[in-house]
Design a protein around this ligand. Sequence first.
Ligand SMILES: [Zn+2]
Length: 435
Amino acid sequence: MSFLVKHRLSKIFQPLNMPAKSSKITSKSLKLMLDLGFIQNSVPGCFNFLPLGIKSLQKLTKIIDEEMSNIGGQKMLFPSLINTKLWNDSGRLEEAGPELFKLQDRHQKSYILSPTHEEVATEMLSTLSPLSYREFPLKFYQISTKFRDEIKPRFGLMRGREFIMKDMYTFDIDLNSAKKTYEEVCESYENIFKTIGMDFVKVLGNSGLMGGHLSHEYQFKSSIGEDNLLHCESCDYYVNAELCEDRSKCPQCGDSNKIKVHSGIEVGHTFLLGEKYSKLLNTKYISMNQESKVLQMGSYGLGISRMLAACLEVLSTDSDMRWPNSIAPYNIIILPAKEGSKEETLTKGVPEKVYSFLEERIPDLRDNILLDDRTGLTIGRRLLEAKRVGYPFIVVINKRTSEDSSLVELFHTKTKQTMYLTYEALLDYIKQNVH
Ligand SMILES: [Zn+2]
């Protein structure tokens, strides 16, 4: 009987412990992702994503797509090249200054490489004849590459010059419904972090370059974070310290005794923009009374490549990657006995059987199980590597299985427990601990 094994480690390009080419190692996540073959340095602030890195990135993207679709988000894709004139009209060309990548085509027309698409999304609607109020709210989003000419790119994927973002632009007919949409997207962001399995804080944010009425930041607390967050433990209020003139007193309840300062990595940002862009670009709709009125807008960002690194930064040790189960490149890795050993002969076919058994019985695990078929290497060596990559469940087919074919060894990475389980017990254990 033969079993189909789709994912074999020997077929995955994963250069290990390659010496870093140029850039300095400025964060734990960067070091781990380079050492363990998830990404590679390219030009400064840009990285080659290798197969395991892409696997995790795709899982993260899928979670975000599902949640965006739950709130009626319509997926689109805007070009990375933006007419410079559009940014000149909105006033941001000057404000953003040297952070913009600028280029010219062969006809000497100027473009910028997009850091964000508020103007483009707004212009798209303003070039149509005004839509009826019945069409709104509209929620467009995309997942694409963004560009920022950072003066000092650092921390790997956390502050790069080219990065992957989910950005959403919403349009409503009045400020009240725009606020409702804003709350809805904020709630959806919270669902995303919960599904991923990361602790986060929602912080009153700085509107910065965007302008508008209200903004919030979503932050992962981490010592490497570049944002300072004030937390009032008295009323559980978080605010970006940049917004506080007086950092000794809570802006919400006035208590001055329980203020703590934390560092955070910003992974998401929401803006209730109001008319800022729609007025400038004359983006209107036709109201119930046939009047032409300016649309109210919101803009929402999630740094996807940044979040991937931020999860690792928060959870990993200096030597070993640790993932939330939801975005580990594979949830389970199976290690067969070493080639040519007595155990190999006695457990022939068992690794493939376990693979198929788990995949069949837990449909969620389809494409999430990996067979480490590099059996020329010892089990010890492969086990060490599997622990460093942080696969949540490591199944070892070794001596014990060769003595009793009904038992396999399981190492649970999170609890560091090793146990010997029957197939059914293995199934139950993984089911209970995989989410
Ligand atoms: Zn307070």
